[in-house]
Design a protein around this ligand. Structure first.
Ligand code: IMP
Length: 174
């Protein structure tokens, strides 16, 4: 397939699959003997979550939460829940699954919102992290790859709804 104009491949399918598998193995080890609920942050995490859940060798439950904060390539800084969970979190071990953590505003908001529901624990797994732009107060527990602040698309990540289906993670040329 030809690359969309103005984009270069940052991580190809092989590199993504290998790293997601490693994360799944680490999570399986860390949560052994526990009941784990994965919460995918819509929409960008749906492909990462689908691959991650198949790399975890434990019985897990899967939920989704919808949030929205971005317009184009810029965060509005204001997070809204657009789809809520269908289960209560009381006494569950929760792993939030996020595609990418940029400023961390979304993750901070989600952790604070979910902690009110009294889960046993809440941790964060993200495929991509942009350390340069982070202003968050929570720590990331499982990180696939650290990247620079350039905007990326593919493997679930979009630009105004486009490019989610690209199998690679592609970087917009600065
Ligand atoms: P944060 O609240 O600034 O951490 O932004 C997190 C959310 O912004 C992610 O869940 C994505 O939806 C979106 N986002 C941030 N950076 C990118 C990017 O480079 N490509 C696509 N979406 C991004």
């Amino acid at each position: 397939m030809t690359n969309p104009p103005g984009m270069t491949v940052l991580f190809d399918q092989k590199a993504i699959a290998a790293r997601v598998h490693e994360l799944g193995q680490q999570i399986s080890k860390d949560y052994q003997g526990q009941r784990l609920t994965l919460i995918g942050v819509l929409k960008g995490s749906f492909i990462f979550l689908a691959d991650l859940v198949r790399s975890i060798s434990l019985p897990v439950e899967v939920e989704f939460i919808g949030v929205s904060s971005y317009e184009g390539t810029v965060s509005s800084g204001e997070v809204r829940i657009t789809n809520d969970l269908t289960v209560e979190l009381k006494d569950r071990h929760v792993l939030l699954v996020e595609d990418i953590v940029d400023t961390g505003t979304t993750i901070d908001f989600l952790i604070n919102t979910l902690q009110v529901r009294k889960p046993s624990s809440v941790k964060i797994a993200c495929l991509l992290s942009k350390p340069e732009t982070q202003i968050m107060s929570h720590r990331l527990d499982y990180v696939g790859f650290e990247i620079s602040k350039e905007f990326v698309v593919g493997y679930g990540l979009d630009l105004d709804g486009q490019f989610r289906g690209l199998p690679e993670i592609m970087q917009m040329k600065p």
